[in-house]
Design a protein around this ligand. Sequence first.
Ligand code: EPU
Length: 337
Amino acid sequence: MRILENYDLTTLNTLGISAHAKFFFILEKESDLKDLFLSGCFKDNPKFFLGGGSNVLFTRDFNGIVILNKLKGIEILRENPENVWVRSLGGEIWHDLVNFATKRGYWGIENLSLIPGTVGAAPMQNVGAYGAELKDVLENIEVYDIQSTAKIIFTKEECELGYRDSVFKNKLKGKYFISAITVKLSKKEKKNISYKVLQEYLEKNKIQVKSSRDISDAVSAIRRSKLPDPAFIPNAGSFFKNVFLQKNKAAKFFKQYPNAPHFEEDEMTKIPAAWLIEQAGWKGKRVGNAGVHEKQALVLVNYGAASGAEIKNLAEQIIASVFAKFGLKLIAEVNLI
Ligand code: EPU
């Protein structure tokens, strides 16, 4: 087992922030986990598990051990005439799992195409896009207790998945390492084209959806047209969560802002954070090397050599200005380290 020191994380986070980890370990075999957890270096230092680095902002060097999950493998566990259960190790790229499913004609994760990051990170924040969430298909996840090193299975319910949220971001934060997930997909057509932007795209391009692949292609095209590619403009996708208001609070808000876009979801009213940010004048703005993307105001970008502190500072300015204008508090979706 080889633990590296003073490791440069610049290429391992999609915001391209230059930060160093005091210690660094590349996890390639599940059998290395126990040795790692029992090592002095692991026990005595703060730890951070890294997947695709697409939802993290390193605000400074990390004075502890970063573990890069490279556990690979996707397999079909079982199937019946209706469904198929697919298990993927956590170090797989999320979109590779989507491709595995759509190539075989399975339905359930095609709306989640091109979400950056790894499979192991997906349950942490219950990844979601274009009207679907991991929650809709998750069967269970496999985790390791980092204290006892025991392997445990969490059912979907035990993961307490919510909007960009799970038990692992809350009461169980830092206690478990997610090694694999199993999703239950459908072999029968189960198309979900309720999301307005997706529906409009299909209509405009006269696309008749015949397979999960058709939806995957459409979602990929929409994402490519709106969201910056981290390979060219480093970013971490949506930097903030959308805002959900209860009915009475929403009614008050719409008295003042009758034209605000909104979507009813789970008894709550969703106000797009991108709209709030745009209205506060931030869309396309640049502060030093940090900026707000010109096509999607929810995305903060690194134009060059922005430091983590610079991006954080921009995020704080946006939060303050949206609060001053609308009285609504934006919450970061990205994990600030
Ligand atoms: N809008 C603006 N200005 C903008 C962009 C959007 O006013 O610059 C408004 C429009 O009214 C639009 C609405 O926001 O109708 C919704 O926009 P969009 O459909 O692009 O989605 P979003 O709410 O901005 C969320 C997710 C994305 C996901 C898309 C599609 C969050 C925090 N973000 O964005 O997820 O891809 O929906 O489902 O929920 C991510 O998490 O990194 C991510 C990219």
